[in-house]
Design a protein around this ligand. Structure first.
Ligand SMILES: [Zn+2]
Length: 468
């Protein structure tokens, strides 16, 4: 937590006041090096090969699975091969789950199969499956406000559509149904929950994802329908007769098990204990190969660090690449990292994660004290030629950065174009062909500017007061 110092000597107060008024600008020399790195990255960075290696040689790597273990070994080997100064892992505990099979079919009035996938940590149906009538809700709020008698014994169907946007801002309102739908349905006595996939495509591809399961006493089966299947169910319901669906699911919650954050460092030459943390998450959902979520991010931050390590000298501070474990199931690796390094948070000068696909970066957001805005303006001069505009100062630095930001760590956000991201997100269709190598070059060019300057700048960003 950010704690203001209550007792300061007069001299120190004066010094702090001075530094607050006059943030030290970035030096011309540092800016020149950043510019060279940017142009080199744009011409020849190769994040794509890293994503290719991860998706082809490992593929699906849901936290706590055998694929996850192989990914952890892959990441260490790759970091060593790329020439990182120090490579190590930190163990985390992750809840585990067996997906099993999930089948759904309309039994009446128009018998036919539906394309579904289990949502993360959903419960199985009884042996032989269950059959019940559908009750539809426009969104999870409507379900929460419904009387229990309307829901009891039925399959609650949440039919909220997600809006497409470059910022991905349609995700928040839609994902609420996935997070809270099963809990709300179970509390009202539903026997199962069906969710219109949280996605923007019209493919017959259901989108999986995590649900909020903490404290849910009687979890029920919870499945996502592909968009066309949700349309189909909607059209049947419009005909006014009860629609009966049979579900057969054999997923299973398993005991907690180990996974790892994998960490690779380019050691700082002057202040090695201080670090810029650039992250991505190593785990993925299990139906695709995790190319855009988050193989792309893994490639971008690893290649950024590799190229910085090619400079004649190390940057002033350490550049720490953290490949977080178990992001998909609730920022598990990031939360445990911050917990384990509680006393080291003041040494993290900035944090950011690349976890919004493989589109071009179009906006530079920050979370820095106001007296450092001039520094962000200097950085912007190097980012603007990449087609990047200045955004706001409300960045949380990407999903796994949240626990750091909550401790007052400054953050930056290199916002990718997410127009298509939710067409593939958490589906079997999240595969390497969705990644354009040229876009990744632009990404690395932007990341290298900000990462290098944050690690090299003489001054630092200080701390950002936390909101609560
Ligand atoms: Zn992700």
């Amino acid at each position: 937590m950010y704690k203001p110092l209550l007792t300061l000597t007069g001299g120190l107060v004066a010094a702090l006041a001075l530094s607050a008024a006059q943030a030290k600008p970035l030096s011309q020399e540092d800016l020149s090096v950043a510019e060279v790195l940017r142009d080199r990255a744009l011409a020849s960075s190769d994040a794509y090969s890293i994503v290719e290696s991860l998706t082809v040689e490992i593929g699906p790597r849901r936290a706590g699975t055998e694929g996850d273990q192989r990914a952890v070994a892959w990441a260490q080997n790759k970091m060593k091969a790329l020439g990182f100064d120090r490579v190590y892992t930190e163990q985390i505990d992750v809840p585990r789950w067996h997906r099993g099979h999930a089948h759904a079919q309309v039994v009446a009035p128009f018998p036919q199969p539906l394309v579904v996938t289990s949502l993360g940590y959903g419960a199985p149906t009884p042996e032989g499956g269950l059959t019940a009538d559908i009750v539809k809700f426009e969104d999870v709020d409507a379900l929460m406000n419904a009387p229990a008698r309307k829901v009891k014994g039925k399959i609650a169907f949440i039919n909220k559509r997600m809006e497409r946007a470059r910022t991905g801002e349609g995700y928040g309102p839609a994902v609420k149904g996935r997070s809270l739908g099963m809990r709300a349905a179970a509390e009202k006595g539903a026997v199962a929950m069906l969710l219109r996939s949280v996605g923007t495509d019209n493919d017959r591809m259901p989108h999986t994802g995590m649900m909020s399961i903490d404290g849910v006493e009687n979890p029920i089966p919870a499945l996502a329908l592909s968009a066309p299947d949700a349309n189909q169910l909607e059209a049947m319901l419009k005909r006014g007769k009860p629609v009966q669906v049979k579900l057969d699911v054999d997923s299973e919650r398993l005991a907690d098990g180990p996974s790892f954050n994998v960490i690779g460092e380019i050691t700082g030459r002057e202040k090695p204990e201080e670090a810029v943390v650039i992250g991505a998450h190593l785990d993925s959902w299990d139906e695709g190969t995790g190319a855009i979520d988050d193989g792309a991010g893994v490639g971008i931050v690893m290649e950024t660090a590799r190229m910085i390590s090619e400079l004649p000298q190390r940057p002033r501070r350490t550049l720490r690449v953290v490949l977080f474990g178990a992001e998909e199931i609730g920022l598990v690796g990031a939360k445990q990292y911050v917990e384990a390094h509680q006393n080291d948070m003041d040494n993290i000068v900035a944090v950011s994660e690349s976890d919004f696909g493989a589109g071009k970066i179009w906006r530079f957001d920050t979370r820095i004290p106001e007296n450092k805005f001039d520094v962000a303006d200097q950085i912007m001069q190097l980012l603007a030629p990449l087609g990047i505009e200045r955004g706001n100062n409300k960045s949380h630095g990407g999903s796994d950065s949240y626990p750091f930001v909550a401790q007052g760590v400054p953050a930056f956000g290199l916002y990718q174009d997410g127009t298509d991201y939710f067409d593939y997100h958490h589906t079997a269709n999240d595969t390497l062909d969705k990644v354009d190598p040229e876009n990744l070059k632009q990404n690395v060019a932007a990341w290298i500017v900000v990462s290098f300057l944050a690690a090299e700048m003489e001054d630092d960003f200080g701390r950002v007061p936390t909101e609560h």
